[in-house]
Design a protein around this ligand. Structure first.
Ligand SMILES: *[C@@H]1O[C@H](CO)[C@@H](O)[C@H](O)[C@H]1NC(C)=O
Ligand SMILES: *[C@@H]1O[C@H](CO)[C@@H](O)[C@H](O)[C@H]1NC(C)=O
Ligand SMILES: *[C@@H]1O[C@H](CO)[C@@H](O)[C@H](O)[C@H]1NC(C)=O
Ligand SMILES: *[C@@H]1O[C@H](CO)[C@@H](O)[C@H](O)[C@H]1NC(C)=O
Length: 393
């Protein structure tokens, strides 16, 4: 059970603490504190106590250059108490020589907990001004994600704030059994590619009770992810909650067992969206959106099997990602666009068992209309407005 990572810090007699100040961190916002953090991490990670606790104290601002905190650790739980502020370098040139696409990395750690009221500031604005769309591999042109968790197992991220990342706030790759809760992730609605939480190749992940206002997807669940539960999310501005995109460049991708519940999306560009490319293989299945509230969302409900954002080859192909067993239940709210529901499925793989029940979307502007568009989607719509013509009633 995921719940087993919930622990009460400080009560165990086998908690050992490591304060970054004791390792020479200055916390004046000017000095590069990465070496001190690395030394403190090394000791905390090697400690054989049940819980080893790395303290990042309040009332200080720690400047960190790109660093990766690597496990496995000897302690059962490595607890990072994040009370202070961590800031990224202000300029792109300070990233020179770091071959990484992340600012703060956490890899191969079992039992990692990051908790506290601290703030992580990615100072991304220098990167946003020159987004390198189309040549992302060019040196100096790869905006780093603020926090990347790679192959972490049994982990918890709780209570902290992330602001203004150069790219995504949080990325999970190849992780298992994680709970992310009470996070606050913010960036301007206009900042490019600042996803809130990207989940890929990960299993048994819960994202709970968090506030996300950012420039791209609030949460994106992509290839190789399963058993993802999302609940109590307030999203907007942002692009909403997305599955995919899947199947880019003909890849075989799978996503299954995703449950999104009790979320409010305010003035988002899209609402809840499943997007797949033509030509790939695999599936997106057993996906539930329940008790979702839209407030002036632009395109509340989308399934798009023709997703093709910046490729010049957008031909229809015979292969694609199969979309099935998708349920929208107890959805209310308003749409800024007339097309409130767009189920756009291709004629070869298509979408099956798409169920809408108690879905009521009204126009955000009085006197406007809303409608559904529906192509090659199969399933059932009950108690749903606007009516979805290609589904059974
Ligand atoms: C870690 O947990 C295991 C199993 O719960 C236990 O046997 C072991 O003693 C613990 N290690 C420490 C360092 O507390
Ligand atoms: C629903 O989400 C809100 C946060 O948006 C939270 O305060 C509330 O407790 C959640 N309700 C349930 C039943 O989980
Ligand atoms: C692909 O097929 C869809 C639905 O059949 C159609 O609306 C669309 O225009 C086609 N796209 C291209 C690029 O041929
Ligand atoms: C629905 O989405 C598809 C795929 O993005 C798009 O081609 C189509 O124009 C949309 N339908 C309407 C009515 O806007």
């Amino acid at each position: 059970m995921i719940v087993s990572v919930l622990i009460t810090p400080g009560l165990s007699s086998t908690t050992t603490t490591f304060n970054v100040l004791q390792y020479g961190a200055v916390g004046n916002g000017q000095t590069n504190d990465s070496p001190a953090f690395m030394k403190a991490w090394k000791d905390a990670c090697q400690s054989k106590s049940h819980i080893s606790q790395l303290i990042i104290p309040s009332s200080r601002t720690f400047l960190l250059k790109p660093v990766t905190f690597t496990g496995p650790c000897k302690s059962n739980y490595t607890y990072i108490q994040l009370s202070g502020k961590i800031v990224a370098p202000r300029t792109k040139s300070e990233y020179k020589g770091f071959h990484t696409n992340t600012w703060l990395g956490f890899s191969f750690i079992n039992g990692l907990i990051i908790s506290g009221k601290g703030t992580i500031d990615g100072r991304g604005s220098a990167w946003w001004q020159q987004p390198c769309i189309g040549n992302a591999q060019t040196a100096g042109c790869r905006p780093p994600t603020a926090l990347t968790f790679n192959r972490c197992y049994r982990f918890q991220l709780k209570g902290f704030t992330s602001i203004n990342p150069a790219r995504s706030h949080i990325t999970l790759t190849g992780c298992k059994k994680g709970i992310l809760s009470n996070l606050r992730l913010t960036a301007p609605g206009t900042s490019p590619n600042t996803d809130g939480i990207d989940i890929s190749g990960s299993r048994s992940i819960q994202v709970l009770n968090s506030f996300i206002a950012t420039g791209d997807d609030c949460i994106a669940i992509s290839a190789g992810s399963s058993m993802v539960k999302i609940s109590g999310i307030t999203c907007g501005p942002g692009h909403g909650i997305s599955i995919g995109s899947l199947g880019a460049s003909g890849e075989t991708d799978t996503v299954e067992d995703v449950h999104v519940k009790n979320c409010t999306l305010t003035e988002t560009l899209t609402g809840v969206r499943i997007k797949t490319h033509q030509g790939g293989g695999g599936f997106a299945r057993r996906i539930t959106f329940e008790k979702i509230r839209f407030v002036r969302a632009n395109n509340p409900i989308i399934i798009d099997q023709f997703y093709c954002p910046h490729s010049n080859d957008c031909r229809n192909q015979t292969q694609g990602i199969k979309v099935s067993d998708v349920t929208y239940k107890g959805i209310v709210g308003t749409s800024l666009m007339e097309k409130a529901i767009n189920l756009s499925c291709d004629q070869n793989v298509g979408c099956s068992n798409i169920v809408l029940d108690h879905v009521y979307i009204k126009p955000a502007v009085a006197g406007q209309k809303v409608f559904s568009f529906c192509n090659n989607a199969h399933g059932r719509a009950t108690h749903t407005k606007p009516a979805v013509n290609c589904l059974l009633r």
